[in-house]
Design a protein around this ligand. Structure first.
Ligand code: FAD
Length: 122
């Protein structure tokens, strides 16, 4: 049967890195694939900003595009240079999406991030 538990396992076992943040991009949840790709344990990143993954070499304009899409209620897909915990860079193909969580009212703004390591792609 398809239950909420199956839905939960799907997120937990997804091969794509998944994170859920608040409206300031502070991390609230990461799945195991996020930990595998980034090298961080969940308790090392929960409470920190998603910008901890930035390699600080992606042009500001890319982040401005990302945030202007989110602020208009749209999702955004693009490539960023991310940094693993050990300092190694990787190309992240990232999709961010504003989450509509009606039962939380106005205080319920969350973002969903999904990324994978596109370094080896050509
Ligand atoms: P910042 O000072 O955060 O921002 C750079 C520019 O982006 C600013 O000049 C500003 O124009 C714009 N900006 C930033 N925050 C806002 C805001 N709240 N509203 C409007 N405009 C804003 N970044 C990564 O590098 N790698 C990731 O994997 C990644 N995943 C993300 C996943 C999710 C779900 C979300 C919501 C964000 C993610 N980000 C990711 C973006 C991250 O939060 C930072 O904005 C980004 O890393 C740039 O950080 P910074 O400190 O260098 O610059």
């Amino acid at each position: 049967a398809f239950t909420d538990a199956v839905f939960h396992y799907a997120v937990e076992q997804s091969a794509i890195a998944i994170s859920i943040t608040d409206e300031n991009a502070t991390i609230l949840y990461v799945n195991p694939a996020f930990c595998t790709i980034t090298g961080y344990a969940a308790d090392e990143v929960v409470g920190r900003n998603q910008s901890l993954l930035s390699y600080k070499s992606t042009p500001k304009a890319v982040y401005q595009e990302l945030w202007s899409a989110l602020n208009r209620g749209r999702s955004w897909t693009g490539r960023l240079l991310n940094r693993r915990k050990d300092g190694r860079p990787y190309v992240a193909e990232l999709t961010v999406t504003p989450l509509h969580t009606p039962e939380q009212g106005d205080g319920g703004t969350h973002y969903l991030g999904m990324h994978w390591d596109a370094t080896e792609e050509h």
